[in-house]
Design a protein around this ligand. Structure first.
Ligand code: IPM
Ligand code: MN
Length: 381
């Protein structure tokens, strides 16, 4: 048993589009967790703050100081999604996305973990044939605070018809090294294989990337490393995704390949993520975007947000048993045949339910789970 009087303060950033709905569903699950944790002397509390488009409307900017300082003071941050067509005309630094990028940077969460595995019962959702996805269990480790997302110079100049634009992809050795360590340490706890993805036949940053990854690999003799070019990797992830364990890559390649993995598992709606730095709060967010077309319709899949909450319990609260219990509750609800619209056509006895009800059913299953378990703050189980 751990210290009996811990308080975990969390910050919720619902954001835009379906963000508020999926975060509300996660909150339903959090209330159940809070009740059980409280019995063991662990207090969970949280407050919501605006980010992205919601913050632009409320406070005139996508990352208000109050949101940032609350996030910095929290144990962990759970974010929904940002962005929407109504803010598309704003200048780059005023856009909702600038709020999220600014937050990632301010929290120094340079390692973005995006696990992709098939949830039991959802195998049929993958467009790939069974032999390609059997045993699929990939952890994508995406560098999150460098590369072309942040490089300078960037901007536009000139007038039509001779306008020009520039972005800069830049990496320092240290930025590559620290995220590579995260990938290798993750591999040690998994199948012991790292696939590093770059474009070293063309890009200088990729040549440095590969050299530094090779260097870091020497410190992990128990982990095997291989390299793939990003174009070829994009193909391999649909041909034989089950061949990969940990996939390590830079910011933009990781953005693209993680959506591809969402397609491979059948829906981005179930994909969770954790963004971690060396210290300070972790940032947890579902991989799906704000999906403005289905926002406000109680149709969005909250499982990505709920599974992000499980990652939060594991990485920021050091409560692996709670994490496993939340994952178990998600599996149980799927076993019962309950589905949101993105992961079912309503056939084969499945029942299509809304975002809110999905949150409630997972919370019920979690309560069941916790009721029949040992103490949540046990350090092992
Ligand atoms: C993601 C998103 C973000 C990104 C956007 C919203 C800025 O696509 O988390 O994958 O590109 O990182
Ligand atoms: Mn993305």
């Amino acid at each position: 048993m751990k210290d009996q009087s811990e308080t975990h303060q969390l910050v919720l950033l619902p954001g835009d589009g379906i963000g508020p709905e999926v975060i509300k569903a996660a909150e339903t699950v959090m209330r159940t967790a809070r009740e059980y944790l409280h019995r063991e002397g662990i207090e969970l509390s949280w407050e919501a703050k605006p980010i992205g488009g919601a913050a632009i409307e409320e406070a005139g900017k996508p990352l208000p100081e109050e949101t940032l300082s609350a996030a910095q003071a929290a144990k962990a941050v759970l974010l929904g999604a940002v962005g929407g067509p109504q803010w598309d005309r704003l200048a780059p630094h005023e856009r909702p996305e600038a709020g999220l990028l600014g937050l990632r940077r301010a929290l120094s969460v340079y390692a973005n973990l995006r696990p992709a595995a098939l949830l039991p019962g959802l195998e049929g959702q993958s467009p790939l044939r069974p032999s390609a996805i059997q045993g699929l269990d990939v952890l994508l480790v995406r560098e999150l605070t460098g590369g072309v997302y942040f490089g300078e110079p960037r901007g536009r100049s000139g007038e039509s018809p001779s306008r020009s634009a520039i972005d800069t992809m830049a990496y320092e050795e240290g930025e590559i090294r620290r995220v590579a360590h995260v990938a290798f340490r993750s591999a040690q706890r998994r199948q012991g294989r790292v696939t590093s993805v770059d474009k070293r036949n063309v890009l200088e940053t990729s040549r440095l990337w590969r050299e530094v990854v090779e260097d870091v690999a020497k410190e992990y003799p128990d982990v095997t490393v291989e390299h793939q070019l990003v174009d070829s990797m994009a193909m391999l992830l649909v041909l034989k995704p089950h061949m990969f364990d940990v996939v390590l890559t830079e910011n933009m390649f990781g953005d693209i390949l993680s959506d591809e993995l969402g397609g491979v598992v059948g829906s981005l709606g179930v994909m969770a993520s954790a963004s971690l730095g060396d210290d300070g709060p972790g940032l947890y967010e579902p991989v799906h975007g704000s999906a403005p077309d289905i926002a406000g319709k109680d149709m969005a899949n909250p499982l990505g947000a709920i599974l992000s909450l499980a990652m939060l319990a594991e990485h920021s609260l050091d409560l692996p048993l709670l994490a496993r219990s939340i994952e178990g509750a998600v599996k149980e609800v799927l076993r019962q045949g309950l589905r949101t619209k993105d992961i079912s056509d309503g056939s084969q006895g499945e029942k299509v339910i809304g975002t809110r009800e999905m949150g409630e059913r997972v919370a019920d299953a979690l309560a069941q789970n916790l009721h029949s378990r040992q103490a949540l703050n046990a350090t092992y189980f």
